[in-house]
Design a protein around this ligand. Structure first.
Ligand code: FEO
Length: 171
């Protein structure tokens, strides 16, 4: 049976993953409104990934005999000052999520919950990749100064991103 401290932290993480999904859907809507349809697609895929993360945590709590508590999702930002602002906020957000996953891992270690430690390792690795991907996008934006022909080419590239369910057997 899962310990209360781990169950509470996992429920907080479910909320954080749904909040991430909501934030990225909001960013997708923002890009749609500015005509950057490739970036809108990239954020839409990001939204789908976050839903998959939330659902995986949801299933894991049940697998361990815990109780899922779905709490309200706070309002997310809807207006941004441009593409660089959006991706800077994305990186900041992912850094917060990384901190939450690390804290969850710390709690699992304190509670000697080896199953949760093993489960979380995928998310620890995923956060490294998420931060690196967004860092790369910010680097590219800095090279093209976030505008002009370079931006159009970048937007076209962002259109090719497709959602691949990381947990096909589970969801
Ligand atoms: Fe679910 Fe972007 O971390």
């Amino acid at each position: 049976m899962i310990k209360k401290a781990v169950e509470d932290a996992l429920n907080e993480q479910i909320n954080a993953e749904f909040k991430s999904a909501y934030l990225y859907l909001s960013m997708s809507a923002y890009f749609q409104g500015t005509g950057l349809s490739g970036c809108a697609n990239w954020m839409r895929v990001q939204y789908q990934e976050e839903l998959a993360h939330a659902t995986r945590f949801f299933d894991y709590v049940h697998e361990r005999g815990g109780k899922v508590l779905l709490s309200p999702i706070n309002e997310v930002q809807v207006e941004f000052s441009g593409i660089v602002d959006v991706f800077e906020k994305t990186l900041e957000h992912e850094q917060v999520v990384t901190g939450m996953i690390d804290r969850l891992m710390d709690i699992s270690i304190q509670e000697s919950d080896h199953a949760t430690k093993s489960f979380l390792q995928w998310f620890v690795d995923e956060q490294v990749e998420e931060e690196a991907n967004v860092g790369q996008i910010l680097n590219n934006l800095s090279l093209i100064k976030g505008e002009g022909q370079g931006l159009l080419m970048m937007d076209r590239e962002m259109k090719s991103r497709v959602f691949v369910n990381p947990f096909p057997a589970k969801i």
